[in-house]
Design a protein around this ligand. Structure first.
Ligand code: ZN
Ligand code: ZN
Ligand code: ZN
Length: 369
C-alpha cells in the first residue's frame, strides 16, 4: 500500500517537475510510509527523490518507534551530535525543485533553504492533497468505523444517558473524551461542549460554565483511530441537545431551518457537483430564513488522516466532487451572546450518490436533565 502511494506521489512529482519530496510532522508522513513523526525539536524527515529509494531520517532515540518497511524506505537514524539538515541536504542531492510538507517546522525550512541554496521549495500539499483526498474502499471503511463510534456517543447524549444539567462543560467534555477512547479512538482531537450563549462561538473551548435547564448545548467531537499500519483516520460529528422539557420557539424554528439546510447540502453532494454548490445549497435556505449573517463559516472540510483536509466546501472552490471524496457537511447558525446550533455529518461522494457515514438522529434531542 505505501509503495503504491509513493509511486503515485512520484508520478505527480514528475508531472509537476519536482525532484524531491520532503515530509516531516503532520499527516502526509504516516499516509505515505506508516510512521508518524514526533512533533518535537529534533528533525524527522522522509526524503523521497523522484527516481531513487526513499530515506527516513529520524532522531536515533526515536528510531525504535519506526516499523521498518524496506520496500518503502531505508532508515537513517541520526546521533545527537550529527546535523540532520546536512543529512537531508545530502540525500536530496542537487534538487532544483523540492516539495516540503506544509506542517514542517518553519525553522527546518529556513535551515534547509540555507543548506540547499539552489533549490526552490513548494508546498508538498500540491502533490499530496489530491492523492489523499480520494479515499479507497478500505479508507472509507475506516472512516465509517470511526463515524459509528461517535454516533454511539451522540446517542448517549441524546438519550440523556450522559447527564448534562448542573454539570460544568469541561466535566462533560472529560467524560466524552473518555468515551472517545473507549469507543476505539487512539487520540481525542477535540471535544466542544458549548452551552447556552457559548454555542454562538463555533470553536468554543469547553470551560467552567454550568449547563442549565432551558438552554441548548452544542457537541462537536472527534478523534483518530490508528490502524495496525500506523495510519489513523478521523471522526467528526456535531449534534445539539436541548436541556429541559420545552425548547424555546426561536431555537426550535432555527434548528428546523438548519436541519433542512444540512439535509439539502448532503443530498446535493453528488459526484461532479462543484464543492461550492454544496455550500450554496444549504446556505441559501439559511439565508432565506433570515439567518444568513449568522452562518459564519464554510459548509465543510475534507477528512481522512487529518481532521481538516481537502476538499473544502466553500464558495470559490469550483472543484467537482470525485468518487471517494470524504468531507463534513456542517452548517451552523450562531447568534452572538444568545445561542448557537450546528449539525454535522461526514459524507462520502460515491457513484451511487452521497453516502453519509453518520447515522445517529439529526433532530433536536430534548433531555430532562
Ligand atoms: Zn470546526
Ligand atoms: Zn466537527
Ligand atoms: Zn468538522
Amino acid at each position: 500500500m505505501f509503495a503504491t502511494r509513493l509511486e503515485r506521489a512520484r508520478a505527480a512529482m514528475a508531472d509537476a517537475g519536482l525532484d524531491v519530496l520532503l515530509l516531516s510532522v503532520g499527516a502526509d508522513l504516516p499516509y505515505f510510509c506508516g510512521y508518524e513523526a514526533m512533533p518535537l525539536e529534533r528533525l524527522t524527515m522522509l526524503v523521497v527523490p523522484r527516481a531513487d529509494q526513499a530515506t527516513l531520517v529520524v532522531p536515533g532515540l526515536e528510531a525504535p518507534r519506526v516499523v521498518e518497511r524496506p520496500d518503502v524506505f531505508t532508515v537513517r537514524p541520526w546521533a545527537e551530535t550529527e546535523n540532520p539538515i546536512d543529512i537531508v541536504a545530502g540525500r536530496a542531492g542537487s534538487a532544483a525543485a523540492a516539495a516540503i510538507g506544509d506542517h514542517t517546522w518553519a525553522g527546518f525550512l529556513v535551515d534547509l533553504g540555507a543548506a540547499m541554496p539552489d533549490t526552490t521549495f513548494t508546498r508538498a500539499s500540491t502533490i499530496t492533497s489530491p492523492i489523499r483526498s480520494v479515499k479507497d474502499a478500505a479508507e472509507i471503511e475506516r472512516l465509517r468505523t470511526a463515524g459509528a463510534a461517535v454516533d454511539r456517543i451522540m446517542a448517549r447524549l441524546q438519550s440523556g444517558e450522559i447527564r448534562l444539567a448542573g454539570r460544568r462543560e469541561n466535566e462533560v467534555a472529560a467524560e466524552i473524551a473518555g468515551q472517545l477512547r473507549e469507543e476505539g479512538h487512539d487520540r481525542v482531537n477535540f471535544v466542544i461542549v458549548a452551552s447556552g450563549p457559548n454555542a454562538a462561538s463555533p470553536h468554543h473551548d469547553a470551560g467552567q460554565r454550568v449547563i442549565q435547564p432551558g438552554e441548548g448545548v452544542l457537541f462537536d467531537i472527534g478523534g483518530t483511530m490508528v490502524g495496525d499500519d500506523g495510519v489513523g483516520y478521523c471522526s467528526d460529528i456535531t449534534r445539539c441537545v436541548w436541556v429541559g422539557s420545552h425548547p424555546e420557539r426561536e431555537f426550535l424554528e432555527a434548528y428546523a431551518v438548519l436541519h433542512e439546510a444540512q439535509q439539502a447540502s448532503v443530498a446535493s453532494a453528488t459526484v461532479g457537483t462543484p464543492a461550492e454548490a454544496v455550500d450554496h445549497e444549504g446556505r441559501r435556505r439559511i439565508t432565506d430564513a433570515g439567518f444568513g449573517s449568522y452562518f459564519v463559516h464554510r459548509t465543510g472540510h475534507g477528512i481522512g488522516v487529518e481532521a481538516h483536509e481537502d476538499p473544502y466546501l466553500v464558495a470559490g472552490n469550483a472543484e467537482p466532487l470525485e468518487p471517494g471524496h470524504a468531507f463534513s457537511i456542517e452548517p451552523g447558525i450562531y447568534v452572538p451572546g444568545r445561542w448557537g446550533a450546528r449539525l454535522e455529518d461526514i459524507v462520502v461522494a460515491t457513484e451511487a450518490g452521497p453516502r453519509p457515514l453518520n447515522r445517529v438522529d439529526h433532530g433536536l434531542a430534548v433531555v430532562e436533565r
